[in-house]
Design a protein around this ligand. Structure first.
Ligand SMILES: [Zn+2]
Length: 380
């Protein structure tokens, strides 16, 4: 299939992207941030959290914590379901981005739900066991966070990713060689595997990533990227992901998150000392206080969101510059940015405040600007 190159923006898609991005942002803020906060507050003030806790004690025996967490997660999922369905299915179809029928969407939805039970129930149960064991539980929680994250980083490409994606080895020999040449050039010897994930049966969006650690390390390319982009463009995307890998960005974020745990839990303890009796909760070790614990951490997350996103954009820019240094393919990188923006219907220049608080990546307009600036500064 011939791929048009260099890609230029489709003005129609630029217009649609503005509306699409805006609605997605509003939906995201409402469904993933505000709605859970309201849900936690309602559970606390209505006494419903205490009622679920009483029920769990009566019917769960020693398993009252996992039973509470199970009921809690189920209720939260039900509350979020209508808007999730609208945003991820109805809205995506409206803009021609989704290739899933309703059954395929539901299948993914239930897989995600099952996975959240499998992961969250034991983890939250473990947290409450830890709280009951030692007054310094939050220090252990911070250390355990790193261990658990590393474990999930390892199993992600082997166990979790394949639950949602059909994958196959990348067989395009010419392109494989180009990718391995880049890895070689940048001194990365221990990545041996490139997989292609079948995104096209789900959506028309393109992406790529590095996943795994140790023996599970690999490059994952979405088939939408492999089929819809030129070899040079794919190379710049892989080089960008390689930038994250070489800069150890996943580890940076894991350490930052783990450093946040101790102060966040100290705030949580202070809030419980003051307010838990208001809601009829025994203290931080009482499972009925889970909504209060999550409420406080959600509010802290909201407050820290701006600086965290700013740091993320800084890491993204560093990965872009790394890609330019690795490939020197300025035009391909610009073309690829434009093509990705149109394919994913992302607004290429949002209001600076929206970008500051909500965007993990710099807007495409800025990415192109600093790519061109790099070209100016590095002209031979
Ligand atoms: Zn990136």
């Amino acid at each position: 299939m011939a791929v048009k190159y260099p890609y230029e923006y489709d003005p129609k898609k630029r217009k649609i992207a503005k509306i699409y991005t805006k609605t997605k942002i509003i939906n995201g803020i409402f469904n993933s941030m505000l709605l859970p906060i309201v849900f936690f507050i309602v559970l606390l003030y209505s006494g419903f959290s205490v009622a679920i806790s009483d029920f769990s004690h009566a019917f769960g025996g020693i398993f009252y914590v996992p039973l509470y967490v199970f009921i809690f997660l189920t209720l939260l999922t039900v509350v979020q379901l209508p808007l999730s369905f609208y945003s991820e299915f109805v809205y995506e179809h409206k803009y021609g981005l989704s290739n899933q029928n309703v059954f395929a969407w539901l299948k993914d939805f239930f897989k995600e739900l099952a996975l959240s039970y499998v992961i969250s129930v034991p983890l939250l149960t473990g947290l409450y066991v830890l709280i009951g064991m030692t007054p310094l539980w939050y220090v252990y929680a911070a250390v355990l966070y790193i261990v658990i994250t590393v474990f999930f980083d390892y199993i992600y490409p082997i166990v979790i990713f394949p639950i949602f994606y059909k994958t196959k080895p990348f067989e395009n020999e010419k392109m494989r060689k180009r990718i391995f040449d880049i890895l070689d050039k940048m001194g990365v010897k221990n990545i041996k595997r490139i997989d292609v994930a079948c995104e096209s049966e789900k959506s028309n969006k393109a992406n790529a990533c590095f996943a795994g650690i140790g023996g599970s390390k690999r490059v994952i390319l979405f088939d939408t990227l492999v089929d819809g982009f030129t070899a040079d463009e794919v190379e710049t995307v892989v080089a960008h992901e390689l930038g994250h890998y070489v800069h150890k960005d996943i580890m940076r974020f894991t350490v930052i998150e783990s450093l946040k745990i101790i102060p966040v839990f100290l705030v949580i303890i202070a809030v419980f000392d003051r307010y838990s009796s208001v809601f009829g909760i025994g203290g931080v070790s009482d499972i009925a206080g889970l909504p209060l614990l999550l409420l406080v951490s959600s509010v802290i997350e909201l407050v820290l969101m701006g600086p965290m996103m700013a740091y993320s954009r800084k890491r993204e820019k560093a990965a872009d510059i790394f890609a330019l240094e690795a490939t020197g393919k300025v035009d391909a990188q610009v073309s690829c940015e434009k093509r990705l923006s149109d394919m994913n219907l992302s607004d290429d220049s949002v209001h600076p405040l929206v970008e500051y608080f909500l965007f993990s990546h710099p807007c495409t307009k800025k990415r192109i600007e600093y790519t061109r600036k790099w070209e100016q500064e590095n002209k031979d």
